[in-house]
Ligand binder design. Structure first.
Ligand SMILES: *Cc1c(COP(=O)(O)O)cnc(C)c1O
Length: 356
């Protein structure tokens, strides 16, 4: 039996979108491939509110996170972490011998504009990474305020991880001044895992020119130059099945309307938050709660694993807490094509199982 997924990726994918993965192959050095890739870039620019170039990568989101910190840090990176994915970015810097410092917030709390200002005022950093939406704690960082601070430091490259939020909430890349905005397919975009997407600004490209060892496969400058020269083709063979599906899904997203899509996500978030407060507690400070998933504090000391087992028998799946937060929290994703009715149904089944 297929379990309906309420986990923060991979998400359920609509049947018609899944079928696009089975599109007969085309040559990746053909005009059709160029047209496909150019079309995706134009649609992604709408979704991201940017005029910056779009780069696709046949990796999960982590691939482009590693690429960003490696290719564009000239002197030293300031990595802001509010949980597992910020920590991962710091490990990537370390593993690539990129000089970096990590600025962590207490779990469940955001990165504040003040923290960013304090770090950058030292003049030590020329690249900043921010997790927009932390999928472990359910925090959505105050990106407007952080972007305001970044405007005071025009030489600093601003990298934003929107893997679990892009497509579920409004993130205006150009207005915020994000230089590298990263997302991937298996979360709010409603596609299978396997493709990452970023926007890249001229400032980030100029920074990369000053970095000697950017790797090869994930060299953002090389990828950028290649797609400019070869009409949106890529140096290596890209995942064409994902591209067929992404192209089609982006049409569906734009047809739903971005405003409608974002409101649907917020409506689901509000419903889950109210439910969480009725029976448990929110883990994230509510002012910073994510619109795409909710992390719930396990105040009733239930067995989350046991609950998920029971849900499984009934055709549903949620997520346990991430890492150290396992059993202490659990997570309900409300992203991609999930509807408010789906969410209501799930929560009702949980109430039945728990007998509350
Ligand atoms: C899912 C996710 C990623 C990417 O993880 P992969 O394992 O590479 O798919 C990065 N950041 C956040 C916030 C995520 O939720």
């Amino acid at each position: 039996m297929h379990k309906k997924l309420f986990i923060p990726g991979p998400v359920d994918v609509a049947q018609d979108v899944l079928q696009k993965l089975a599109t007969p192959m085309i040559g990746h050095r053909t005009k059709d491939a160029s047209d496909l890739q150019r079309g995706i870039s134009e649609k992604m620019q709408k979704l991201m509110y940017t005029k910056n170039e779009i780069i696709l990568s046949t990796t999960s989101g982590s691939g482009l996170m590693e690429a960003a910190v490696r290719c564009c840090t000239r002197r030293r990176a300031a990595i802001f972490s509010v949980g597992a994915f910020g920590d991962r970015w710091y490990k990537m810097a370390e593993a690539n011998a990129v000089p970096a410092d990590k600025f962590s917030s207490e779990l469940g709390k955001p990165t504040t504009p003040e923290m960013v200002d304090e770090a950058l005022s030292t003049g030590k950093y020329d690249l900043v990474t921010i997790t927009h939406n932390e999928t472990s704690t359910g925090i959505m960082n105050p990106v407007e305020g952080i972007a305001g601070v970044l405007k005071k430091y025009p030489d600093v490259v601003f990298c934003l991880d929107t893997v679990s939020s892009m497509g579920g909430t409004r993130i205006e890349v150009d207005r915020l001044g994000v230089d590298i905005c990263i997302t991937s397919t298996q979360k709010c975009l409603g596609l299978p895992p396997g493709l990452a997407i970023c926007s890249i600004s001229q400032k980030a490209l100029d920074a990369a020119k000053e970095v000697p060892n950017r790797g090869l496969y994930l060299d953002l400058l090389n990828l950028y130059k290649y797609i400019q020269k070869k009409d949106y083709q890529y140096p290596s063979t890209p995942s064409l099945p994902h591209m067929f599906a992404l192209d089609y899904q982006l049409d569906k997203i734009l047809k739903e309307g971005l405003e409608n899509r974002f409101s649907r996500h917020l409506e689901m978030a509000n419903y889950v938050r109210d439910w969480a407060k009725k029976y448990f507690e929110m883990f994230a400070e509510e002012k910073y709660a994510s619109n795409t998933l909710t992390t719930i504090k396990n105040t009733k000391n239930i067995s989350v694993e046991g609950l998920n087992k029971e849900l499984g028998k009934r055709g549903y799946m949620i997520s346990n807490g991430y890492g150290d937060l396992k059993e202490k929290t659990f997570r309900v994703a409300h992203m991609a094509e999930t509807t408010l009715d789906d969410v209501k149904q799930l929560l009702k089944v949980i109430e039945e199982i728990l007998g509350v």
